[in-house]
Design a protein around this ligand. Structure first.
Ligand code: ADE
Ligand code: ZN
Length: 339
């Protein structure tokens, strides 16, 4: 038998942070079924296999339609706890040591589920993972960009009494036709409140949307950022400011942002000196957790062990952890690379 690729073992043992993960996108078909049954919610599928077969997307909107439908089974604090705990246990097997999790409160409050029900359930699982699995966390509340900015303001108002428990805001959902400029005021308010700010930009949207995220929303990170590569001045700006890009290779493939994994922008971003990270986005829908994403790009782009370690380092230096808390992880990465 041929020797296994040593990069596989390196990826598996490297400590890593996941910075781009929608907790609702970690709802596996089996749990979708269990929760539908527990809560008496009707779903238009007869089996988990049938659900998986429906996960064929030609663009972001195709996926989002199914993703919002999937959320309908999440009703109680226990549901949000179970969802989040299952993700954290799975992430732990990939050696994920820190997570910065997105959640979509409007996807739930619109259905009559209370903001605190969602927050309490997710947070209880995060706290348990911190004490039992040693995974640290930050929680990022996303605004749905297909909805008006007033709805985002109303969501921020719901969050305000709980602010020490929420660390940042993000912007997600249908990108085309909903530029960052639409959310300039609510992001200004979030920054005033001391929240971290990040936004999906350049997944399907043009480089202009990435410029707007930087100049108008004043984001600290860019989620995806693929199309930034079309604009050399933008690439220079992102490199000069050492901004982190949270790229999601298998998501890009499944949403037809790229036609094949070999065309993932990860290597071009590394070559351009950009601080790129690898993430799973919505792993239950896109066929892989964070290590699966690392394996896919390492093989297709023939990344070196040093480049793989750089991606892991970037996940910590691009996180919202203070430098003193990043340091032990960076030392562990050096140890995993050379040890
Ligand atoms: N919500 C969940 N996943 C998303 C993605 N990849 N892009 C935009 N919104 C999302
Ligand atoms: Zn995303």
């Amino acid at each position: 038998m041929a020797n296994p690729d040593p990069r596989t073992a390196l990826i598996d043992r490297l400590p890593k942070a996941e910075l781009h993960l929608h907790i609702e996108g970690s709802l596996e078909p089996e749990m979708l079924f269990d929760l539908a049954k527990r809560n008496g919610v009707t779903i238009p599928f007869a089996s988990a296999t049938e659900v998986r077969a429906a996960y064929s997307f030609s663009n972001l909107q195709d996926f989002l339609d199914i993703y919002y439908q999937g959320m309908s089974v999440l009703l109680t604090e226990q549901d949000f706890f179970d969802l989040t705990w299952a993700y954290l246990v799975r992430a732990h097997t990939d050696n994920v040591r820190h997570v910065e999790i997105f959640f979509d409160p409007q996807g739930h409050t619109q259905r009559g589920v209370g903001f605190t029900t969602v927050l309490n359930g997710i947070e209880a699982a995060l706290k348990r993972a911190e004490s039992e699995l040693g995974i640290t966390y930050r929680l990022i509340m996303c605004f749905l960009r297909h909805l008006p900015e007033e709805d985002a303001f109303a969501t921020l108002a719901l969050a305000e009494p709980h602010l020490p428990r929420i660390h940042g805001v993000g912007l997600d959902s249908s990108e085309l036709g909903h530029p960052p400029s639409k959310f300039e005021r609510v992001f200004a308010r979030a920054r005033e409140l001391g929240l971290h700010v990040t936004a999906h930009a350049g997944e399907e949207g043009p480089p202009d949307y990435v410029w707007e995220a930087l100049d108008l929303l004043k984001v600290e990170r860019i989620d995806h950022g693929n199309r930034a590569l079309e604009d050399p001045a933008l690439v220079a700006r992102i490199a000069a400011e050492a901004l982190t890009l949270t790229v999601c290779p298998l998501s890009n493939l499944r949403l037809c942002v790229i036609p094949e994994i070999a065309l993932s922008p990860v290597r071009r971003m590394l070559d351009a000196g950009l601080k790129v990270t690898i993430n799973s986005d919505d792993p239950a829908y896109f066929g892989g957790y964070v290590n699966d994403n690392f394996h896919a790009v390492a093989q297709a782009l023939d990344l070196s062990p040093e480049q793989i370690a750089e991606l892991a380092r970037n996940s910590f230096t691009g996180s919202f952890l203070p430098p003193a808390e990043q340091a032990p992880h960076l030392a562990a990465i050096a140890e995993a690379l050379h040890g």
